[in-house]
Design a protein around this ligand. Structure first.
Ligand SMILES: Cc1cc2nc3c(=O)[nH]c(=O)nc-3n(C[C@H](O)[C@H](O)[C@H](O)COP(=O)(O)OP(=O)(O)OC[C@H]3O[C@@H](n4cnc5c(N)ncnc54)[C@H](O)[C@@H]3O)c2cc1C
Length: 321
């Protein structure tokens, strides 16, 4: 019995969600292999083999993995799947695309978006936009799981008393399936931390209008925060699509979440409910978001945000020696 964890990379390095998936995989107390694929995997593989709990790092290097396509990653996983009783990935955009196809080809029902593994085969996952938590016992011969990364702490590098680094093994890569093709990508480069791993997130609703960035950016810079948005705000064209937080956007669990001009629809709350502290700013004292906030400020955001920015600036100046 052993576990295969699918690594994900951000450039040369492993994504934080891979560290969190490793923590989830450790619950089974079985040997864990971490699969790292790409056109150049040296840096990520070196990082992977230092992680606590990894038995072997399987490297799959091929030119067609410069831009990994779902079908090719599925083929790769399927080529080694028979060695594993457990296959696990983060419930990321890529994980959500790759894992169901693997499960279908193995004729196994996957359990997705797991927030707790009650070993060995009982899982907790949210349903109905997080309004209920379901506990599922899975009797499939292979447990195929995606985990909500923010529900697990990141694993750490192994210490000296945890033995040598994991073994590195290069595996054969099946040929590209060529049923889809990478054409181009448009990446948004931001100075801000990534939304799904930021310690602080400030998010705005559609009421910020065209001033969305002008109002939130200066505060985000001072708090070293990521910026998020509601779907209504994204649909209105005030914020980029990848900033959407919620059921159909990114699910986050920052230490501090500041919701500005956000009503608190259940689909939005589904994405923020694991935040440690929620602060809401809204001019309607009856806005549903206040029921979920630790701190609420009833006020007009167009007055409150400039005041908050000025106060943070003053505080920063006072901190300077
Ligand atoms: C299938 C489905 C999936 C969805 N997925 C998501 C999702 O992933 N994420 C998501 O966010 N939504 C999602 N939605 C949409 C969701 O239902 C809400 O419509 C949306 O979250 C509302 O966004 P909002 O709070 O910006 O807008 P509104 O609901 O219009 O709220 C605006 C708020 O701003 C306040 N306000 C207005 N002016 C000011 C001011 N000057 N100062 C202070 N406060 C002010 C108002 O009091 C109000 O509370 C989904 C909906 C469906 C049906």
């Amino acid at each position: 019995m052993s576990v295969l964890v699918l690594a994900e990379r951000d450039g040369a390095q492993l994504k934080p969600s891979t560290y969190q998936a490793m923590t989830a995989a450790a619950v089974w107390e079985l040997p864990i292999d971490l699969l790292v694929y790409g056109d150049e995997v040296e840096v990520a593989a070196a990082e992977a083999k230092q992680l606590a709990g990894v038995r072997r790092v399987l490297t799959a290097e091929a030119g067609h993995f410069q831009y990994p396509l779902v079908e090719d990653v599925q083929e790769l996983v399927l080529s080694i799947a028979s060695q594993y009783t457990h296959i696990l990935s983060a419930h990321s955009v890529f994980g959500k695309s790759v894992v169901p196809g693997i499960a279908a080809r193995l004729d196994i029902a996957p359990i997705t978006d797991v927030i707790e593994i009650q070993a060995p085969s009982t899982y907790v996952r949210p349903a109905y936009a997080g309004n209920i938590l379901t506990t599922i016992e899975n009797h499939e011969p292979v447990q195929i799981i995606t985990v909500r990364a923010t529900a697990f702490r990141a694993t750490v590098s192994r210490t000296n008393d945890q033995g040598d680094d994991a073994e590195l093994i290069s595996i054969d890569v099946p040929p590209a399936r060529e049923i889809s093709q990478w054409i181009s990508e448009q990446l948004t480069h931001s100075e801000r931390p990534e939304l799904n791993s930021a310690r602080v997130v400030i998010a705005g609703g559609r009421s910020l209008g065209e001033d969305f960035n002008a109002l939130l950016d200066p505060i985000a810079v001072q708090l070293d925060a990521a910026i998020g948005a509601t779907r209504a705000c994204v649909d209105a064209g005030f914020a980029a699509n990848d900033l959407q937080v919620g059921q159909t956007g990114t699910i986050i669990a920052p230490e501090l979440y500041i919701a500005v001009g956000i009503s608190g629809a259940m689909q939005h709350l589904a994405g923020i409910k694991d935040s440690k502290i929620i602060v809401a700013i809204n001019h309607d004292p009856d806005a549903p978001i206040f029921k979920h906030a630790d701190y609420g400020l009833v006020g007009d955001l167009f007055t409150v945000l400039p005041e908050l920015n000025a106060a943070l600036q003053l505080n920063a100046e006072l901190q300077q020696p």
